[in-house]
Design a protein around this ligand. Structure first.
Ligand code: SF4
Length: 362
């Protein structure tokens, strides 16, 4: 776990759940899975992958790190903490009891902001919307706080006055210091996961669109938004974006990023622009995390009169360029296309049309 991280949108990472399994196209070049192949001593992925023709892949084992779990309890300076950069808290092999323990630590550390991101949106929704979840978390706090080195009323005070009554329902749910998000790499995953996110009780909801592999239109996604206040009625079916009858967007933050590392896939600039513009229209904070390895080398207009031109010598032969149309296929005449060039993450940077976007939820 890293107190201090290169991830642009957080202060620290905490690897409590390590090991995973591939679930969707965004996982194809999972950096955590690749890292397992390096066999670095003490690395969260070490021992959890095995060699294959496609490189190192997860074995399927998921490991839980007790030592990492309690670290936030000992961090006095407030931090924004990203949980589980090398796994998924809502993976099938993580029991509800372990998830309860993670949320218990989050409840006991209201001075931190905790970020939970998943591709298993359906499980996050069912876990978080289960009316017994807050009481189970309360029971963990009452049973384990002393063993974790947090004693008596000190342990319970952050959760409110009712804690002093040893009331197992004292956990304020959803926890106000926990942001819940889903990964979205393309429209299919947006259509599947965002309705689950909207139905998840959460103080803050966010999308991580990284690696972004296709265009994503958020304006037509509908979902029954679970009120941010646990127990309040569910809003009716509504568009998540504008004119949804709520007077605000149901999403609080969108992060966009391209892919880096061996085999990385380029991100079409219009995919990132599209999400940027949708966020601007809806007043949603937008953060451009990175281009990944790829930068824009050539942008040809639709119905390009030069479609017969051969750009091979300039780009393709180097093996470092790819032609992309808007749908993610290769460029064809009659369609606007771009040529993306692999230059490495550092050189590609994170400016979108010359602007650095660092939006964050308030
Ligand atoms: S869900 Fe995340 S950690 Fe798991 S395989 Fe996919 S990218 Fe890797």
């Amino acid at each position: 776990m890293a107190d201090g991280t290169k991830i642009e949108w957080t202060d620290a990472t905490l690897n409590v759940v390590n090991g995973c399994s591939v679930i969707s196209p965004g996982c194809a070049n999972c950096y955590a899975m690749r890292a397992g192949g390096r066999n670095l001593p003490g690395h969260p992925s070490t021992g959890l992958t095995m060699p294959s023709k496609a490189g190192h892949v997860w074995t399927g084992e998921v490991r839980l790190n007790e030592r990492a779990l309690v670290l936030p309890l000992h961090w006095r300076r407030p931090r924004t903490i990203f949980w589980n950069a090398h796994g998924d808290l809502f993976h099938n092999d993580v029991s509800d009891a372990w998830i309860d323990r993670c949320f218990a630590v989050m409840a006991l550390t209201p001075h931190h902001t905790h970020q939970v991101l998943t591709k298993r949106s359906a499980r996050m929704q069912s876990y978080c919307a289960n009316p017994w979840t807050p009481q189970r978390i309360a029971r963990v706090i009452l049973d384990e706080a002393a063993a974790w080195g947090v004693s008596g009323t000190d342990a319970l005070a952050p959760c409110g006055d009712r804690a002093r009554e040893q009331d197992p329902s004292f956990v304020h749910w959803p926890l106000p210091n926990v942001w819940k998000g889903v990964s979205v790499e393309d429209q299919k995953r947006a259509d599947e996961r965002i309705p689950d996110l909207l139905a998840t009780p959460a103080a803050v909801r966010f999308l991580s669109c990284e690696p972004l592999l296709g265009p994503v239109d958020l304006t037509n996604i509908t979902g029954a938004e679970k009120s941010r206040d646990y127990g309040s009625p569910v809003h009716g079916w509504s568009a998540i974006w504008q004119n949804n009858g709520l007077g605000r967007a149901c999403l609080d933050w969108v992060i966009v990023g391209g892919e880096s590392g061996p085999g990385s896939r380029p991100m079409h600039p219009d995919w990132a622009r599209g999400l940027r513009d949708q966020c601007a229209a809806a007043g949603v904070p937008f953060l451009m995390k990175q281009w990944g390895d790829w930068e824009l080398a050539l942008d040809r207009e639709r119905d390009d009169p030069d479609w017969r031109a051969d750009y091979t010598n300039d780009y393709v032969d180097r093996g470092k360029s790819k032609w992309l149309n808007l749908e993610g296929g290769c460029g064809f005449h009659g369609k606007r296309f771009v040529v993306m060039r692999s230059v490495g993450k550092r050189a590609a940077g994170r400016l979108l049309d010359g602007v650095q976007h660092d939006g964050m939820p308030k």
